[in-house]
Write a protein that binds this ligand. Structure first.
Ligand SMILES: [Zn+2]
Length: 301
């Protein structure tokens, strides 16, 4: 079912971790963030997830599965994540670097992320069906709402004199064409998701890209105009936007244009998404294996 939660005001307000815990037949989704400069952008491609990523996914799924089993005893636990590859939209076609456009970078990365999340057992919806499909940001949010996503992850690239990535979330209501949003509950849930996402993403991407931190939508050009990003204003699910890198920076452009960089970006995005879905809780530490100080005599038969 895709629309149940979107029409259920109570369920919509649930935090990501709560939804992971209680989900039975509900779907869960998350969209992507956007950046300092423009605000709302996109890119795509697919690759086999690394073993480390798989191990991380399995650990987090074990957490989710354990919570589900202990809470509801429900076997099925569909979690929906909405990935929003930015641009083209009413904001424009997106920025471009020396070798890759924001549009392509976001699309390629979205497809790689989709593959990773599906491998981890999540259900993924995209806000558009092809790279150059123009979709208004309101429609993008409505896709996540209809899917009752646990999280909407919005993928963009920035343009500035700086470099690196930044994660954005709505910290207040904005107004766009007379519509006000998101609700306080969604603001709170988005902030928590953004924090968990940022920490896991930063850990995974390491020093490959500069970390510009966690920032409110209002710090973007579009957010400063409307109070929040347009996609956030219409969102009824937790929403974050990531400016994955700064394409006007030569290093970032080369990173984002390379297959290795795209795979590393997708790995980090997946780690961030899974952390946000788990409520920022780290996977359980493995139980220490008790080993006797001295080898025990064999029991034999
Ligand atoms: Zn953008």
């Amino acid at each position: 079912m895709v629309c149940g939660d979107a029409k259920d005001g109570v369920a919509k307000m649930r935090t990501v971790s709560e939804r992971l815990e209680g989900a039975s037949e509900r779907e869960k989704t998350m969209p992507l963030p956007r950046g300092r400069g423009q605000g709302e952008g996109d890119g795509s491609r697919v690759r086999r997830p690394s073993r480390r990523l798989m191990a991380c996914c399995l650990s987090l799924l074990a957490v989710a599965g354990g919570l589900c089993a202990s809470g509801m005893g429900v076997a099925q636990n569909r979690v929906v994540v909405c990935i929003d590859p930015g641009h083209p939209s009413e904001v424009g076609p997106g920025t471009r670097g020396l070798t890759i456009t924001e549009l392509h970078a976001a699309w390629v990365t979205a497809l790689l992320l989709k593959e990773r999340l599906e491998t981890a057992g999540l259900t993924v919806v995209l806000t558009k069906g092809r790279e150059k499909q123009k979709v208004f940001n309101r429609k993008r949010a409505e896709t996540a709402n209809r899917a009752a996503a646990s999280l909407m992850v919005r993928l963009h690239c920035d343009a500035s004199s700086g470099s690196g990535y930044a994660i954005y979330f709505p910290d207040r209501m904005g107004t766009h064409q007379g519509h006000r949003g998101p609700s306080k509950q969604i603001q709170v849930a988005s902030r928590a998701a953004a924090k968990a996402f940022h920490d896991a993403f930063a850990l995974k991407i390491g020093r490959r890209l500069r970390d510009n931190g966690l920032l409110p939508d209002i710090r973007t050009a579009i957010g400063s105009r409307y109070g929040a990003l347009i996609g956030s204003i219409y969102s009824e699910v937790p929403v974050i936007l990531i400016e994955m890198c700064t394409l006007t920076n030569a290093h970032d452009d080369a990173f984002m244009a390379s297959k290795e960089g795209q795979a590393a970006m997708a790995d980090a995005l997946a780690a961030g998404t899974l952390a946000a879905l788990a409520g920022g809780k780290p996977p359980p530490a493995p139980k220490p294996v008790k080993r006797p100080a001295k080898p025990e005599p064999e029991q034999g038969e």
